[in-house]
Design a binder for this molecule. Structure first.
Ligand SMILES: *Cc1c(COP(=O)(O)O)cnc(C)c1O
Length: 359
């Protein structure tokens, strides 16, 4: 079965090999305070800086999930300070909801998946401490252009910018210096099994954590920062996940090579559904379309048939998500998928007989 699900997603074909090595090297039983673990964690962090082009002055931390990062930001960066959440889909909405429960002062500003908000209109918002953005909205397949991130940075120079890059980090070049906090879990573009996430913090974000001084949780940012100085974590982490991250990063080309490849594959998909117009993109505005998560529209009845036949052909398509659950399916365009697998899916679509003619 080939998974085109946008998370958890297809893992690297080299994974069995890494796992065998991990077993032989005793990684799965290693103590998380031992020099063996520290060496793996240090190398993983070094490789994240190198291969993901994360600036040296940014601190990289390990967490368990992107969801945990929502909580850490709320408890250790915001405390009771106001935040402004700009979003157009389900993940941005969830982040806002979690933050509101913890801080009580999270304000939502929603916009259409087809159109970016006017930055000048946002400046009328009461000044928050932090602006929260979802770089790649996995639920509807939209992405924020770099120019928009820059405009937000310019409009909110005093504020911290926090960016959920869960389904783009590892696949796209990210303008790290335009924001203060970035995070992603590894079951999307990193091509790894779930249960690990990376959180990237600017010096300004860390200064804010020190100002708040919050030390009430196992994952209080200050505790995490103390531990990461020794390449360790506050609790026993996903040691195997960190090892797999290290191994897979070692084998990765420079990120620009990956990003170019994904762009090319995205353009191929656009061309494909232009030539075989059985399905069309959920998002019309090409400027806002994600390069890594591609949702396509389909009627609810057609969706059932399509997913069933795809499964029978050994192809696992992603369900729609949130409000688009019954009107779309999603195809991951993640780095671990191979050209041959994409061709296989395209051949399936070529021979697929739609029940309901598209109008
Ligand atoms: C998948 C996803 C999440 C949730 O990730 P977890 O690792 O399950 O916490 C959050 N945000 C976005 C944009 C996602 O794609």
């Amino acid at each position: 079965m080939i998974s085109f699900y946008p998370g958890p997603s297809k893992v690297w074909d080299s994974l069995p090999h890494y796992l065998q090595d991990a077993w032989q090297e005793g990684i799965m039983s290693v103590n998380h305070r031992s020099p063996e673990f520290v060496a793996v964690a240090q190398e993983a962090i070094r490789l994240l800086h190198e291969k993901m082009e994360i600036p040296e002055e940014y601190t990289i931390l390990f967490t368990s999930s992107a969801t945990e990062c929502w909580e850490i930001i709320a408890q250790s960066i915001l405390a009771t300070a106001p935040s402004l959440h700009l979003y157009n889909g389900a993940f941005g909405e969830k982040w806002h909801e979690y933050t509101q429960k913890l801080s009580g002062r999270a304000r939502a500003y929603t916009f259409s998946p087809e159109e970016l908000p006017e930055v000048s209109a946002l400046q009328h918002e009461a000044a928050p401490l932090l602006v929260a953005l979802t770089h790649n909205e996995t639920s509807n397949g939209t992405a924020l252009p770099e120019a928009f991130l820059k405009a937000i940075r310019k409009a909110f120079p005093e504020q911290l910018l926090a960016i959920d890059a869960t389904s783009s980090m590892g696949g796209m070049l990210l303008p790290y210096r335009e924001a203060d906090i970035w995070y992603a879990s590894v079951q999307k573009c990193f091509g790894l099994p779930a249960g690990l996430a990376v959180m990237v913090c600017s010096p300004r974000a860390l200064a804010r954590a020190h100002e708040v001084g919050e030390r009430r949780h196992y994952n209080s940012l200050l505790f995490m920062l103390e531990k990461i100085k020794e390449a360790q974590t506050t609790y026993t982490p996903n040691v195997l996940g960190i090892y797999l991250l290290m191994r897979s990063l070692q084998d990765r080309p420079p990120l620009s090579v990956t990003a170019n490849m994904l762009e090319k594959r995205y353009q191929q998909w656009v061309q494909f559904f232009h030539t075989y117009p059985k399905f069309s993109f959920l998002i019309q505005n090409g400027e806002l379309r994600s390069r890594t998560v591609l949702p396509l529209q389909a009627e609810a009845r057609e969706l059932e048939k399509l997913k069933k036949e795809a499964r029978a052909a050994g192809l696992y398509l992603g369900n729609g998500y949130g409000q688009w659950k019954n009107s779309s399916f999603r195809i991951a365009n993640f780095p671990a998928l191979t050209e041959a697998e994409i061709l296989q899916l395209q051949n399936f679509f070529r021979s697929y007989q739609a029940d309901i003619p598209k109008n």
